[in-house]
Ligand binder design. Structure first.
Ligand SMILES: Cc1cc2nc3c(=O)[nH]c(=O)nc-3n(C[C@H](O)[C@H](O)[C@H](O)COP(=O)(O)OP(=O)(O)OC[C@H]3O[C@@H](n4cnc5c(N)ncnc54)[C@H](O)[C@@H]3O)c2cc1C
Length: 491
């Protein structure tokens, strides 16, 4: 007869519980702790930073305006020098800036002290360590490798979550619970309404698994581009060569001729869910990493749309897609070695620790940020921060490249606090890519700088709410906005 072990049952109490220690979650936890709350941060992975660090998304877009007018193509955006701009107005500061400054001080971010670049490059490996330092210094208790498994409700009020393992069963009770899981896992389990996918067909943007290739001779790659400017576009090649010579960030796009050749021989790996690719429409960017004080030209980081029509909240679909994407990363490295000049002696160095999921649940909150709000640069009485970076929406069919549409009005919009309070539920807040926004609007506010802005707002609101004995919904906006601005956030 098998013997059933008695699980140890525990109850833990905190002022604020943050579930998900990723891009928004680490900032939320720091903000809550610095504003006087006892904070527990749960993270399912073994490191903090989420998509920002383990996902290897090594460019924060954007703590400034991206002020190009109208709608434009990815390539054009790459060329315009946005990679290295400090010119447009900075919109995001506070904890995000402090974090960048700490990374800069140890050679792990490119830029200038006290400022953030339009496209802020950083080293995602060192990011884990710096984030972990900042969170611990703020006094946050961190539980890694810990997944929230259920929610505890009292009517429409969330009381906390449970954590179940083979050996223990823990109830975590908190004054305010913050959902920064990316997928809105906690809010959905608490009964919040949510929207998924595009309004036309409910489908999602493609997934990506970042990967890194080592042993690259980038001088040779750039020499090839110099000799074949028409393959890439003359402006683009000139700008890339200039940025490279100035030790500034630059981005390489798809090697279309090489892709055409490989396709003709049946040697180009096709993304999961597609039958073929159009080299002219492909979404593919390669960047060099800023690591220990300089850009490294023997190592490139690759981001391509890899798996189509996947629901990132479906375990089975996600598993199939992840297996396919890892195979694709390996095959892409072989394609690069065999076809792209400068990669002859290269090797796949590693794939990201977590899959890049662009959109899943958008939790319906007291206000849903609309595409129109973003396109018109709207301001709100309950704005908790500004954001001004493009609507970045990857094509769901694989037939077109990414669509990048600039923010209208004066180039930025407010993120309303109401978009962070799930409708009908008390004491629960959301931040990061699961906030309340229409599909295209999310293309803008899913970015890392916006995730940090919403993270800081909910962390601060949670602490104020517990201290003031009010639900987040009851908090006077002037109080929350006053604390945020006094802590160097721009509203
Ligand atoms: C491929 C790709 C490229 C991108 N490129 C850029 C770019 O160049 N620039 C830019 O600014 N933005 C970019 N983005 C967008 C941006 O990186 C993300 O939208 C943003 O980082 C999401 O932040 P988040 O905090 O919502 O989620 P995440 O950073 O993913 O954090 C969620 C965390 O919650 C944890 N978690 C989930 N469920 C649980 C649970 N039940 N219990 C405990 N923990 C849990 C996860 O492990 C994770 O650590 C990109 C996104 C992708 C996918």
């Amino acid at each position: 007869m098998p013997i059933k072990m008695n699980k140890e049952k525990q109850v833990v109490r905190k002022d604020v519980l943050v579930v998900g220690g990723g891009t928004a979650g680490f900032v939320a936890a720091i903000a809550a702790a610095r504003n006087g709350a006892s904070v527990l941060l749960l993270e399912a992975h073994d490191h903090l930073g989420g998509t920002h660090s383990g996902g290897m998304v090594m460019m924060i877009r954007s703590m400034r305006h991206m002020r190009a007018p109208g709608s434009f193509q990815e390539k054009k955006l790459m060329v315009t020098g946005y990679e290295s701009s400090f010119e447009d107005e900075q919109l995001v500061r506070s904890i995000a800036q402090e974090y960048i400054d700490r990374m800069l001080a140890i050679g792990s971010a490119w830029g200038q002290k006290g400022q953030a670049a339009t496209r802020q490059m950083f080293d995602p490996e060192i990011a884990k360590w710096v984030i972990e330092q900042m969170v611990q210094e703020a006094g946050v208790e961190v539980w890694l490798n810990t997944q929230a498994s259920d929610v505890l409700m009292d009517g429409n009020r969330i009381v906390g979550v449970t954590v179940e393992s083979l050996h223990d069963s823990i109830e975590i009770h908190a004054g305010v619970t913050i959902d920064t899981t990316g997928d809105g896992e906690i809010a959905a389990a608490a009964g919040a309404q949510y929207e998924m996918g595009s309004p036309e067909d409910g489908k999602h943007q493609p997934l990506s698994l970042y990967f890194a290739i080592g042993g690259v001779n980038l001088d040779k790659t750039l020499a090839y581009m110099r000799e074949h400017p028409d393959e890439f576009g003359r402006d683009y090649v000139e700008k890339s060569l200039q940025l490279h010579s100035e030790q500034k960030p630059f981005t390489m796009i798809a090697f279309k001729e090489q892709i055409r050749k490989a396709l003709a021989k049946g040697e180009y790996p096709i993304p999961y869910g597609l039958k073929t690719v159009d080299p002219d429409a492909i979404m593919y960017v390669t960047r060099t990493m800023f690591r220990n004080g300089k850009f490294r030209y023997d190592f490139t980081y690759h981001n391509m749309d890899m798996a189509y029509n996947i629901d990132g909240t479906d375990r089975v679909e996600m598993s199939k897609a992840t297996l396919a994407m890892r195979e694709l990363a390996n095959k892409m490295a072989i394609f690069y070695r065999n076809y792209v000049p400068g990669y002859e002696d290269s090797y796949l160095a590693y794939t990201a620790q977590s899959v890049g999921v662009r959109d899943t649940r958008r939790i319906v909150c007291d206000y849903t940020l609309t595409d129109d709000d973003v396109l018109n640069g709207r301001t709100f009485e309950d704005g908790i921060g500004r954001y001004g970076s493009v609507m970045d929406v990857h094509d769901k069919s694989g037939k077109k490249s990414v669509s990048l549409v600039a923010v209208g009005g004066s180039g930025w919009f407010h993120i309303p606090f109401r978009s962070l309070i799930p409708k009908g539920i008390e004491n629960l807040l959301v931040a990061g890519r699961c906030i309340s926004a229409e599909y295209n609007a999310l293309g803008s506010v899913r970015s890392q700088a916006a995730s940090m802005v919403t993270g800081q707002a909910v962390g601060t609101a949670a602490a104020l709410s517990v201290k003031g004995n009010a639900t987040p919904r009851e908090l006077p906006m002037s109080k929350l906005q006053g604390v945020l601005t006094s802590q160097d956030q721009i509203i």
